[in-house]
Design a protein around this ligand. Sequence first.
Ligand SMILES: Cc1cc2nc3c(=O)[nH]c(=O)nc-3n(C[C@H](O)[C@H](O)[C@H](O)COP(=O)(O)O)c2cc1C
Length: 205
Amino acid sequence: METRKLFSERRSVNNFDKSKSLSQEQVKEIVDLAVMAPSAFNLQPWRLVMVQSDENKTKLYELANNQEKILQAPVTFIVVGNKEGYNNENPVWEEMLQSVGGREEIVEGAKQAAQFLYGTSEERKLKFAESNAGLLAMSLMIAAKEYGVDSHPMSGLDFDGVHKAFGLKDSEEVVMAIALGYADDSQKLYPRRPRRSFDDIVTVF
Ligand SMILES: Cc1cc2nc3c(=O)[nH]c(=O)nc-3n(C[C@H](O)[C@H](O)[C@H](O)COP(=O)(O)O)c2cc1C
């Protein structure tokens, strides 16, 4: 889809058609496109928890202020940011080592920089996790639309409750949830609300 059309046609769909499912293959294609999102040092400090069973959808629905779309949509992703995604275990460092021809000093320097920039306070760790995973979230919605799939982002969540119920690690942060599926055409979508423009939001220095 043309990019301009993609941006103008993506909407937060309030009602999903329960009779329309998504195949694993479709979801995989969407995710594999979405991961083109940029991230600091290409660390990709994120993962997605894919909620699709009725039991788990109900669990998430109850932790999301009973937002009906979670029950209607075939899949809802919990977007998870990794507050410690710069640490040694991340396989990205090894890939970086290959890409710089085995020059360990380059990777060591990058690791130290990342640790300094993102790991020296809880605030920085949170910023790191949420900014990177936030970009993945937007990318996921745009990628979905490219495949004709609608979405709805949600942060009206009991974040701690979701964290606990879906077994996330202490180093992980629930960033938002995103329901994916097909809009229920029998329900009217509310008109798109206006956006602030360049003149409203840009401060020039
Ligand atoms: C981070 C984030 C959290 C949101 N949380 C909710 C939510 O919990 N429930 C809801 O109904 N809409 C939620 N929304 C949807 C917004 O209300 C919607 O994106 C906005 O009104 C613009 O509409 P549009 O996406 O159709 O252009 C959220 C959107 C974002 C980006």
